[in-house]
Every structure is written in C-alpha cells, then in structure tokens.
Design a protein. Structure first.
Length: 113
C-alpha cells in the first residue's frame, strides 16, 4: 500500500479542478529522491486507478474526457505519452487527472485531519 501523504496534494488539488499529470510525476520524484522514480510513478498511478481514486484522460471541448480500459492499459497510455515527451510533461502532455467521488472523499478526509 502506498502512503496517502505521497498523493495527498494531487487529490486535494483535484477537489477544485483537473490536475496535470506533472503534479503526479513530481510527487513520485519527491518520494523516491531520484531512485527509480519512473517505476514508482507507474505503481502510484496504477494504485490510484485500481482504488478508484482518480480517472485519467484528456481535456476536450466538452471538458474532461476519461480514457477507458483496465488500469494497466491506462497506465501504459500515460507512460507512452510521457515517453513521447522524454518524461517532461510540461512540454505538452495530453494527460490530465480527475478525482472520482472516492478520491474527493479521501481528499476531504486528508484536509480534515
């Protein structure tokens, strides 16, 4: 299980708006302090998806459009997008994160602590 403090900021920010994927890559880098953070990022993303705390997708004219598929498939889409950008999402990643209701509940519980 991944400690909630690792993804707390992403979920809390997600209460108000969609979150760019670079927020989650930053959380993974900070947690790993340079050690194999890309693998940890994939594990963290899979954890959040499998526990139904977030959806991953892209922004479209009608708003957030979640990507469909199993968690492992969505993780691979994100990894492919980040590889395309040499792991520099600020260069134009199409990946965004949206909290689910469960994610909002966890975020609120983190604020209330």
């Amino acid at each position: 299980m991944i400690d909630r403090r690792v993804f707390a900021e992403v979920l809390i920010e997600g209460l108000d708006d969609w979150v760019p994927v670079d927020q989650l890559t930053w959380a993974a880098r900070e947690e790993m302090k340079g050690r194999s953070w890309k693998e940890f990022f994939a594990e963290l993303l899979r954890f959040l998806l499998e526990n139904d705390l977030i959806q991953v997708g892209e922004l479209a004219a009608e708003g957030f459009s979640p990507w469909r598929g199993e968690a492992r498939e969505v993780v691979q889409l994100v990894l492919d997008d980040l590889e395309r950008l040499s792991w520099k999402p600020e260069l134009g990643s199409r990946t965004w994160i949206a909290n689910t209701k469960a994610g909002n509940d966890v975020a609120q519980s983190l604020i209330d602590c």
